[in-house]
Structures are given as structure tokens and as C-alpha cells.
Design a protein around this ligand. Structure first.
Ligand SMILES: CC(C)(COP(=O)(O)OP(=O)(O)OC[C@H]1O[C@@H](n2cnc3c(N)ncnc32)[C@H](O)[C@@H]1OP(=O)(O)O)[C@@H](O)C(=O)NCCC(=O)NCCS
Length: 177
């Protein structure tokens, strides 16, 4: 298995993996909308490839943190998907670990995720509310909105998170998403 940044040739494979993993098309739509926005970071949309096939995908893109001082762009992990035929074989872990290493290299202060409370703490994610970061919607349970503080973390990064329109257009906010 190889992990690398996605190219346009991977787009159909990325959609196929997300549709199969989530059993709905919201996440593939979210990915497409993010790609069309200025919040997209191509080198932070990673594919896990095995035998020429995309078997997993992770994307980090920018959302807004409304701090007392100013609005700041912060990276958010969404979505993460591993094709059902390849789950529980370490692919999701490899994608997440690789992505977090890239964020450290970029000097990012932190990364957010809205996701499975039982999965992300193994990577050092904690409830965002513990660090004064409020989810973008009351639909999101407190334990599902998490932050990983990176080496460059500073407690000034606190406030209300605002998702860009793509998340609402793709109906990708909250547990029913
Ligand atoms: C969640 C997901 C990305 C994990 O990827 P993966 O390659 O299957 O996971 P890994 O092999 O790296 O890790 C396996 C571990 O994750 C745990 N895990 C997987 N899915 C989980 C879930 N839904 N809830 C809790 N734990 C989960 C497994 O129990 C296993 O734990 P263990 O190491 O203690 O045995 C993948 O299962 C997936 O695509 N699921 C459907 C889409 C989804 O829910 N994405 C995440 C949205 S936040």
C-alpha cells in the first residue's frame, strides 16, 4: 500500500471509496465541493493505493475559527474513509498518521475533526470543548467534535468554529450526516 496526494485521476476512486464506506453520497459530494473552493489543500487530500486501486482516502481542508481576536483558518479532517473490503487492516490509521505528520511539517497549530468518539483519541484527539473550541452546530455531540493539538499549538486558538457552505450543501453536519 502506498499513500500519496490525490491527483485528478484518483477522483472516481475517491468517490467510490467514500460512497462504499459511508453507504451514502454526502461525503463524495462534500469532497467535490471542497475541491472547487479556496479551502482545498491538494497536498492534504491523500489516497491509500493498493494494486492501482484507491482503497482509502483522507482530506484536510480549511474551516474558520472565530477567535476573540480575529477569524482564523484552521485545518479540519473530513472525511476519512476506507473501502469496506479493506477495513480493520490499518489503512485508516496509516492515512491519519501520515496526514498528521504532514500537518506537523507545515507547522499547523491544531486540527479539528467531527467524527467517531471511539476512533480518534488513539491519535491524540481530545474533546474540542476542553480547549475552548465550540462546534459549528448544536447538532454535533460534544464528544464527536475533537481537536488534536500539534507542536505549534497556542491556547489563543479558541472560539466558535464555522464550517464553509460546502458542509451544509452536502448535508455533512451532525450525526445523521
Ligand atoms: C473508521 C475507518 C476510517 C477506520 O479505518 P480502518 O482502516 O478500518 O481502521 P484501522 O484498521 O486503522 O483501525 C482499526 C481500529 O479502528 C476501530 N474502528 C473502526 N471503525 C470504528 C467505529 N466505527 N467505531 C469505533 N471504532 C472503530 C476498530 O475497532 C479497530 O480498533 P482496534 O485497533 O482497537 O482493534 C473505516 O472503518 C471507515 O471508513 N468507516 C466508515 C466511514 C467512517 O465512519 N469514517 C469515519 C468518519 S469520522
Amino acid at each position: 500500500m502506498n499513500i500519496r496526494a490525490e491527483t485528478s485521476g484518483d477522483y472516481p476512486g475517491v468517490a467510490r471509496v467514500n460512497n462504499a464506506a459511508f453507504d451514502q453520497e454526502n461525503e463524495a459530494q462534500l469532497i467535490e465541493l471542497i475541491r472547487q473552493s479556496d479551502l482545498y489543500v491538494p497536498e492534504l487530500s491523500l489516497v491509500a493505493v493498493d494494486g492501482g486501486d484507491v482503497i482509502g482516502h483522507i482530506m484536510f481542508s480549511y474551516v474558520t475559527l472565530e477567535t476573540p481576536a480575529a477569524d482564523t483558518r484552521i485545518l479540519d479532517l473530513a472525511p476519512l474513509a476506507v473501502h469496506p473490503d479493506h477495513q480493520s487492516q490499518g489503512v485508516g490509521t496509516a492515512l491519519t498518521v501520515h496526514g498528521l505528520e504532514l500537518l506537523e511539517e507545515r507547522g499547523e497549530p491544531l486540527v479539528l475533526v467531527e467524527g467517531i468518539p471511539a476512533y480518534y483519541p488513539r491519535f491524540g484527539f481530545e474533546r474540542a470543548s476542553l480547549h475552548g473550541i465550540t462546534p459549528p452546530s448544536p447538532k454535533i455531540p460534544d464528544d464527536a467534535f475533537m481537536v488534536k493539538r500539534l507542536s505549534n499549538y497556542d491556547p489563543k486558538y479558541r472560539g466558535q468554529v464555522r464550517y464553509p457552505p460546502a458542509f451544509y450543501q452536502a448535508d455533512a453536519v451532525g450525526p445523521s450526516a
